[in-house]
Structures are given as C-alpha cells and as structure tokens.
Design a binder for this molecule. Sequence first.
Ligand SMILES: Cc1cc2nc3c(=O)[nH]c(=O)nc-3n(C[C@H](O)[C@H](O)[C@H](O)COP(=O)(O)OP(=O)(O)OC[C@H]3O[C@@H](n4cnc5c(N)ncnc54)[C@H](O)[C@@H]3O)c2cc1C
Length: 443
Amino acid sequence: VVERLVVVGGDAGGMGAISAARKGKPDLEVVAFERGSWTSYSACGIPYLVGGEVDAIDDLVARSPEEHRRAGIDVRLRHEVTAIDLERGEVEVRDLDSDVTTREGYDHLMLGLGGVPVRPDLPGIDLPFVHGVQTLDDAAALLEQAGPRTDRVVVVGGGYIGLEMAEAFVRRGSAVVLVERSDQVMATFDPDLAVMVAEALRRFGVEVRLGCDVTGFEEGAVLTVDGPIPADLVVLGIGVAPNSALAGAAGLDLGVKDAIRVDARQATSAERVWAAGDCCESRHLVSGAPVHIALGTVANKQAKVAGRNIGGVHAEFPGVLGTAISRICSTEVARTGLGSAEAREAGFDLAVATVETTTRARYLPDTAPMTVRLIAECGTGRVLGAQIIGGPGAAKRIDTCAAAITAGMTAQDVVDLDLAYAPPFSGVWDPVQVAAREVLKVV
Ligand SMILES: Cc1cc2nc3c(=O)[nH]c(=O)nc-3n(C[C@H](O)[C@H](O)[C@H](O)COP(=O)(O)OP(=O)(O)OC[C@H]3O[C@@H](n4cnc5c(N)ncnc54)[C@H](O)[C@@H]3O)c2cc1C
C-alpha cells in the first residue's frame, strides 16, 4: 500500500523531511501545502536583500516549487491548512485564491509551520507601515512599501533580526532608529558584551535607544514613553513565537512558549504527526531544559530526523546549544551554550574568563580586535558557553566552542586541542584557546 505524507509549510522544517522520508519509503506519495508564494527559501537572507547585497528575491530560493514538482512532490502554493482532524487523519485546506476548502487524508503529517514575528497588542500595530519579517512574502510586502528609498525607519526590538534589519536600512540610505525596551540589545549576550554590539551599531549610524518602551503606532510615528519618533516604515524585531495555534487547536500537546511538544524523534503527542523547525521545541544540550530556539540550522536538522522516522528508520535529534552568529555592520558576533546569567540560573557555579585578542597575528596590517568570553563550570572546568565579538574572521570561531561543549570538553581539553595556526588566521594560540587558558586560572 502506498503511504501518503502531507507536509504543512513549504520551507526548511517541512520540506526538509521529504528526501529522508523517501529514502526509507521510495514510493511515498507527498503533497505539500504552503500558504505563501515560495518554497525552500532563505529567510536568513532577507536582511541582505533589503540592504542591497542580494539583487532579487528569487536569489534567496534554494528550491522552487517547479523543482520540487519535478522531484515528484505535489506542491500547492497559496494553500493554507486551517484545521487538523487527528481522529480521521485529515487536514482541512483552503485555496487562498478560489476560497474553496477541501479535506486531504494523510498517513503521516509533517508540520513545518514556522514561527510568527511577535506583534505586541498595542494601538496601531495593524497599520500597514508596521512590518514583521519572517517569510519571503513578508519581505516582498516590506520592499514594496519601502520603494527605492525610505527616509525614516524605526526598528522595534534589538534581537539579531532587528539589528540586521537596522543595518540593512542604513545601507539603503535611510535614517534608522532602533528602539529596545530593555537596557541592552541582543538579550542572549552577557550585558557588558551587548554594550559593544550597541556601540558597533552606533558607529554605523544607527540611533540606538535603550530602555525605551513603545506604547503604540500612528501614521508617521512610533509612540514611546519618551515621546513620538517619526517613521515612514516600522520593522518589528521583537522575537519569534512558534506558529502553533493550528496544532494547539487540533489537540496536540504544546510545551515551552507554546511550541509544539516533540520527543527526540520529532514525534508530536499524536500518532504519525511530526513537527520540526520554528514551530516546535528542542532540548538544550547543557541545561537539559526544553527550549524554543528559532534557527534555520535547527529546522533543517530536525526535519531530517523527522523524515528518517517517517521513512521507518529510528533517528533522534540530540538537542541544541543556541549557537548563533551575526554580522552587525563590520562587527561579527556569535554565541553558544549558556550565557552567564542562564548558567547561574541553571544552578552552575561559574568560572568566567574574557580575553581581548586579535583575529590574526598582531603584526599583520589588517588584524582586528576580538573579544572572547568563555564560561565554564567551577571545579570540573567543563565548558558551558561562549560569546565572541570582533572584526572580520572573529565570530566563526564559536564553532570550536560549540564542538567543545557538545563533546563535554573541559577548558584544559580546549587548550590541548591541535588547532590550526598561521599568521593570517590567528596568533599561535587560537583566540578560543587564549580564553580557555584564562579560564583555567579561575576554575
Ligand atoms: C530576517 C531573518 C533572518 C534570519 N537569519 C538567520 C540566520 O542567520 N541563521 C539561522 O540559523 N536562522 C536565521 N533565521 C531563522 C530561520 O530563517 C528560521 O529558523 C527558519 O526559516 C525556520 O524554518 P521553518 O521551516 O521552521 O519555518 P519558516 O521558514 O517560517 O517556514 C514556515 C512556512 O510555513 C508556512 N505556513 C505556516 N502556516 C501554514 C499553514 N497553516 N498552511 C500552509 N502553510 C503554512 C509559512 O508560510 C512558511 O513559509 C532568520 C530568520 C529571519 C526572519
């Protein structure tokens, strides 16, 4: 009997499961519903499209609907799944163009519903000049309104998406104000390092207003506790919530932040229903706690795991460290594992070292400063987290830290690693090892 896989969501979390599923079950019939107009795209590229480093929206598409169809997948664009009937194994689907609703049966259901930009319930939030950025459709709407040039842009929220969008609009020639309610940007960074990120933004020309609460929006302005800020366009960068309402309404268990609860196989609480990506939970590899971390890296890996299980092969997703990297103007930033406050909250006694070093040998002309913070457990020396800020070449070194944490390595293990060196790449001690040596002094 040929089994039928129904995929909801046409990006990484949904489509990423298909090839792995078919490997185990080559005859699997696959139909994929996407309410937007694109499939398998890089939302991560949106800031570079807006900033003009990428020419066209289609450049961000890794696999078009036609390519998926050629691979035998029945892709239906502008089709929104509006309900899931777990008992009958059916979904209700609305064709957004004809407004006709049909029901489709499944043997396996793959939910890659993604996330939704957080939209605070403030007066004027639904005005057309207030934009969230999550999908390519959002990017298309934003670009259409921005036109060739927008004079005044206000970005609300200082997470990495807000920061990348602020940079993008400066590159387009706009005057950009970034408004953040808390007293730091990048909440996942330790506060003193986040200060350096805010400074980088200011150097690039972004006006950063910290501790400034937005109270509403009206045509031409963002209203804040400190008074109105003129704006032709507003971008929300307040965070991403799991798009889990459909799953919750169907009776699937939801977990942390209302993300869809999944086990290590990416199985939801219902038989033959799977979830991956921004719509579902992950487990933190250090704290062991369930977390909602919306990253493309996680979505792709979880989808593969779900796909293998759908294909009849047992597979498990080990968990996440929240390893993330971003370029804010010419400053690179990255983090992995637990931050200092998070680690203390999780009950660890900490040994923390922060070193100022350089991206290359000090004597080379284009070497740039970089800061590495390494967080370890007192006594054992086990590495728990790391944060890096610096010039070109600095941030990707976070991967050494992520690998060390995943392997359960201590600061001494990191010092002992046989890492590569030549003057154009680092000092003779890699910057991460310089930090590990400092940690050993306080561990
Ligand atoms: C501006 C920006 C920059 C980013 N940069 C990075 C980065 O540098 N690195 C990184 O790792 N991650 C980054 N991310 C995060 C990354 O893009 C997401 O984690 C990833 O796209 C998640 O994939 P997903 O398939 O779970 O969700 P999505 O990409 O959101 O896809 C979900 C899809 O499901 C569709 N859908 C939802 N509900 C329905 C329904 N009921 N019926 C039919 N279709 C539906 C949506 O239209 C959407 O196309 C960035 C995100 C943004 C927005």
